[in-house]
Design a protein around this ligand. Structure first.
Ligand SMILES: C[S@@+](CC[C@H](N)C(=O)[O-])C[C@H]1O[C@@H](n2cnc3c(N)ncnc32)[C@H](O)[C@@H]1O
Length: 278
């Protein structure tokens, strides 16, 4: 089978780093996140993955975040398997395959057209799985997405790359389109967004972070009807004890400093336009 090209720069290129991180970590002994699809995708792509800037414990950190998102998604699908999943900024992430949801779930993987083109070549089609080749900020993003079921919206490693007004407009569009739903996303604080200029992976991709969010409460205020269920910092996620000792010490120390604790948050939120008490 001929190898696929992935000549991306900017935001689109960042998904090559997260893919590579999951593939590298998956090959390690007793991985936090087993992702054979990422391993296979990396084999299928003709790309110098070392140029992603990924080093040392980056792969483990990426796997820890991916595992947290998988667990939250699985939890939601167990609570209600009759949903429409919007997997926004999916890149080449294989969450829809790893979790193998029941046929009651309609799963939409969404990313820029060039990324979706590559994705469709790497991952064969599946029943109840769809792709949307569009910027998530396009006003007509949800035009062809039925609004007959609650939504489960997943956005891992996406929000920080959006302009604030565009990100808020996207969330408002979602809460206005679906009768109800849940959102699982990560956000970076304004400080983390400023610091991204020294992040190796972001620099290697020539990407730019643009949206800093301090807390779930900030999104509650910006998006009518969107309510916070749970907010976890990166420092709370299981698996950090497996970081190399020096990095682990640094991460633990940062996690104790109030200004740094909220650098990266994972938010679980919901909305329900059908509820009289909302
Ligand atoms: C850091 S990667 C994360 C990819 C994937 N979620 C993962 O964890 O591997 C960011 C992804 O967001 C996508 N992205 C950024 N801005 C976007 C936009 N406006 N519309 C669609 N996708 C976007 C990029 O193309 C890229 O695939």
């Amino acid at each position: 089978m001929p190898l696929e090209k992935a000549d991306f720069t900017g935001t689109r290129a960042t998904m090559l780093a997260t893919l590579y991180g999951r593939a590298l970590h998956s090959r390690s002994a007793n991985p936090v996140l087993h992702d054979p699809y990422a391993e296979e995708a990396v084999r299928r792509i003709d790309h110098d993955f070392d140029s992603t800037g990924l080093r040392g414990d980056d792969a483990l950190s990426i796997a820890i975040r991916g595992r947290a998102f998988d667990d939250l998604t699985a939890e939601r699908l167990a609570a209600n398997p009759d949903v429409t999943v919007l997997h926004l900024g999916c890149g080449l992430d294989s969450r829809g395959r790893r979790l193998d949801p029941p046929p009651s779930v309609e799963w939409y993987d969404v990313d820029f057209p060039e990324v979706i083109e590559l994705r469709n070549r790497i991952y064969p089609g599946r029943e109840h799985h769809h792709t949307i080749a569009s910027s998530v900020t396009a006003p007509d993003l949800l035009r062809d997405v039925p609004a007959d079921k609650p939504a489960l919206v997943i956005a891992e490693g996406l929000t920080m790359y959006l302009e604030p007004a565009e990100g808020i407009a996207l969330l408002r569009r979602i809460t206005e389109h679906f009768p109800s739903g849940h959102l699982i996303c990560d956000v970076h604080s304004p400080l983390a967004v400023r610091w991204a200029v020294v992040n190796r992976v972001v620099r290697a991709a020539k990407a730019r972070l643009t949206w800093g969010v301090r807390s779930g409460a900030e999104l509650e205020r910006a998006v009518p009807g969107l309510l916070l269920d749970r907010q976890r910092t990166f420092f709370d996620l299981p698996g950090l004890d497996r970081l190399e000792p020096a990095y682990r010490t640094l991460v633990r120390a940062l996690g104790k400093i109030p200004a740094f604790r909220d650098l990266a948050l994972i938010l679980s939120m919901h909305f329900d336009r059908t509820s009289p008490t909302r």
